[in-house]
Write a protein that binds this ligand. Sequence first.
Ligand code: BES
Ligand code: ZN
Length: 622
Amino acid sequence: MLPRALVPAVLFLACAHQSVPFEDPPGMSEGDLHTHVAQGSRRVRHVNLDLTLDFEARRARGAVELDLFVPRAQIVGHGSTLVLDSQGLVIEGVTGADGKPRVWSLGPEDPRIGAALTIMLEPGDAKVRVAYHTTDKSAALQWLAPEQTRDRKQPFLFTQGEAIFTRTWIPLQDSPEIRITYDATIRAPAPLTVVMSAEQLGRGADGAWRFHMPEAIPSYLIALAAGDLAFSPISPRSGVWAEPSLVAAARDELSDTESMIQAAEALFGPYRWGRYDVLVLPPSFPFGGMENPRLTFATPTVLAGDKSLVSLVAHELAHSWSGNLVTNGTWRDFWLNEGVTVYCEQRIMERVFGLERATMERQLARQDLEKEMRELEPWQQVLHPDLRGRHPDDYFSSVPYVKGALFLRRLEAIFGRERFDQVLRGWFDGHAFQSAITDDFVRYLGRELLERDPQKAAQIDLDLWLNKPGLPGDAPRDESPALAKVDAQRDRFAQGAAAGSLDTTGWVTQQWERFIQGLPDTVSLQRLGELDRAFGFTASHNSEILCDWLVLATRRRYEAADGRLAEFLMEVGRRKFLKPIYTELAKTPEGLARARAIYAKARPRYHAVSAGTIDKILKWTT
Ligand code: BES
Ligand code: ZN
């Protein structure tokens, strides 16, 4: 195996990739533990997908054609085998460009990273075609019955690739260090619209939908959705896809998207992906958002009606720089995606919505981090964790997000915003369309920032920030006057003031969150009822407020919320909400019984990502 530094640089010839005869693939850091692709495998550079969606069988079937790098020289690391990642797929056959079969074998399925699909290439092979179909083990895919959509007319399908699920719907080299361009042809039943994280070429005369992604992206960003979808524009380069009955409201809620793009461009450099659209999914979508390039996937729970939760769009948009343009090389470097993105999200929010809102959001984020950190094992509290023997999802928490962002804010505080902005922008420009690992970032920081000002450099302990559990003492703290006002009213309530007498005029979502989260664990049922009557928490249509309230209601056994809780868990599949509610329920025997009864019905409605997490909380076995 070649050390990273010795791998020859790619020869980027000035012509289009299809016509380049010989190229060496960029090197891999050897550090990705979550792929079967070894240094000895030939490398894929372009993916051409051709699938038919069968909603009755809940199966996608077709083929993927993979274009390979043709190495300039047969140096170490370029053999005549091609190794792909595959999980939960049925491989039907492999052929070469000559249409003749190639010898292949599928290794044993590792429950974490799936199976290696090894293909014996013949001399001169620059392309292979793998025919396959998905199965009910294809965890990336969620097939929804019409009843699980808002308009209840058509079925729906979406994919979730990050972190290592793309291999469950496409056999390919599923490492964030391997970048590919892609084309796709997708056939779906006539009433459905198909969208992907690519240029939408529309529906051809043959009825098939076609897509083209000209930028080199990591495989986890290949994404697809199919359903009854309508589009509404926000600006010439931005708009919203959603079910027809939701699209107008979704557009209004997300109408600041163009301003966010402009703010982001001013801070981080040009937006390099052409369009930026948002797809609002049915409520079972397991995440708040997913930064699929050109087309962010978003939960409908972001639509609060008052734009109060749109920092989620700022976040996914920010990934157009941190994550999609410069990608974490391995899942160990996840903070380079999410921590940098949270930092950028907060900068966008500050620019578009002002310092008061940004400060509130930052203070709440830190509060969440501190609370969550108390429950995490030491290894999970580290920004650059050891993932040996672990699934990337085992590391999912606010640590890479918020601790990562606080690390950058600390650097900003030491070196000054102006200088730090230049350095961050330089990071994006200098690593555009590349993957990078934590060491790359540390070296870059050293060169651009630390070595140039040793006095300032002495104020930060990189090893403490990156490799140690807990939150360093120099993590910046925000004090939001708007949240301080909330605390004052909550203290009055705790001292016996009537709910109706509290001064809550003009409170925004983040203030209500602060209020509910800070209520004492001893608050009586009668007082909860009083709050509910005064502020309508149980009936709230704001998902963040409702979730906080349902957790509290569960903890205090406030039965008036039981019906709403069951309804929410049946409807919404966003893991961030399911996790705290099920966790709170599971703390008492009665709660656990109630949770299991609801889960028995709700589980088939959740995406595999969410079901996997809740299975563990409820010790559910299937
Ligand atoms: N990229 C993440 C979602 C993700 C992370 C999916 C890891 C699979 C594995 C996305 O950008 C994200 O962070 N979403 C957040 C919202 C955000 C506002 C913090 C979420 O879904 O809660
Ligand atoms: Zn993110």
